[in-house]
Design a protein around this ligand. Structure first.
Ligand code: NAP
Length: 276
């Protein structure tokens, strides 16, 4: 593909890795976000058309706002009208499928856009522990407080998500595929914190709390109420083991095993990010 590739969320955890991989392969890339080199704002439709001009494929990271699916629908239609042939959507596992609907509404918008589509459905990102300010901050402080109980999650390395996204953006054979993406092991939060403590040589503890106690703790730390509620919902699903299954999307898309959490911990600990 010789046309430029648009990467939304181009400054985010997956987007910036997609950008650097595409650049390494010699593609012309537009890294787009509100603060990115290409200005793109889901809340300002005037930024959409210039970002799409001449583009052949696009990586889509939604706005995470309540109208995200509606925006994705309008944007996908505009993309196809502008000549975009491939859309790769970073989605979620099926946790908010409205009753009676088959797929997440954002996914439906992309599937119905008319472009060749690929949908990525990842587990929790391993990099939340190093690139999300709440989790990283708790690790630096030496105590992780969450309402995840002793439930387990198959954390995925975002390097793997970026590899799958780049394959879908640049290679044939991924059109019409929804890839469920997980790491190779289920880990409880206690096991995660033990691994990070061991790799850093620091004393870090995990304190599982009730959703109400987490809300009180997080509100005291100044987190917005809406974000606290979202975290409690996501943590509750880990606690009840709702997504405690491994998925085979990395293997199906790339023909190899996903990276192990221990590798993520080892390389990340070496950067000093958990020492503050
Ligand atoms: N984190 C996880 O564990 C996880 C797991 C499964 C699925 N997901 C999904 O992955 C997606 C990304 O989540 P993330 O937490 O990893 O975020 P992220 O990609 O690290 O950060 C969000 C990105 O979107 C951009 N952005 C935010 N608001 C925007 C707006 N109004 N207009 C344009 N760009 C905007 C941000 O850049 P600017 O600030 O420069 O605009 C940033 O590049 C979400 O849809 C989430 O549901 C996340």
């Amino acid at each position: 593909m010789t046309k430029p590739i648009l990467v939304l969320g181009g400054t985010g955890k997956t987007g910036r890795r997609v950008v650097s991989r595409l650049q390494q392969r010699g593609h012309e890339v537009r890294a787009a976000s509100r603060k990115g080199p290409t200005r793109f704002d889901w809340n300002d439709e005037n930024t959409w058309e210039p970002a799409l001009a001449g583009v052949g494929a696009a990586y889509l990271v939604d706005s995470q706002l309540s109208d995200a699916a509606t925006s994705l629908s309008s944007f996908s239609k505009l993309a196809v009208a502008s000549g975009v042939e491939r859309l790769v959507l970073l989605s979620n596992r099926d946790w908010v499928v409205p009753a009676g609907e088959e797929k997440l509404p954002g996914e439906r918008a992309v599937r119905e856009s008319g472009a060749a589509w690929t949908i990525l459905k990842p587990a929790w990102f391993a990099q939340n522990f190093s690139e999300d300010s709440l989790f990283r901050g708790q690790l630096v402080d030496g105590e992780v407080v969450l309402s995840t109980g002793d439930g387990a999650e198959p954390f995925i390395d975002v390097e793997d998500i970026a590899d799958v996204a780049v394959a879908a953006l640049t290679e044939d054979g991924h059109g019409g595929q929804a890839y469920e993406l997980s790491g190779p092991r289920l880990l409880s939060l206690g096991a995660v914190i033990d691994e990070i403590a061991q790799a850093t040589g620091r004393d870090i503890t995990y304190r599982p709390v009730s959703p109400a106690d987490f809300a009180a703790h997080a509100t005291q730390q100044g987190l917005p109420e809406e974000y606290v509620a979202l975290l409690n919902m996501l943590s509750g699903w880990i606690s009840e083991g709702r997504f405690a299954q491994l998925a085979d999307g990395v293997q199906r898309a790339l023909g190899r095993e996903p990276r192990d959490f221990t590798d993520y911990v080892r390389t990340t600990a070496a950067t000093g990010v958990w020492h503050g």
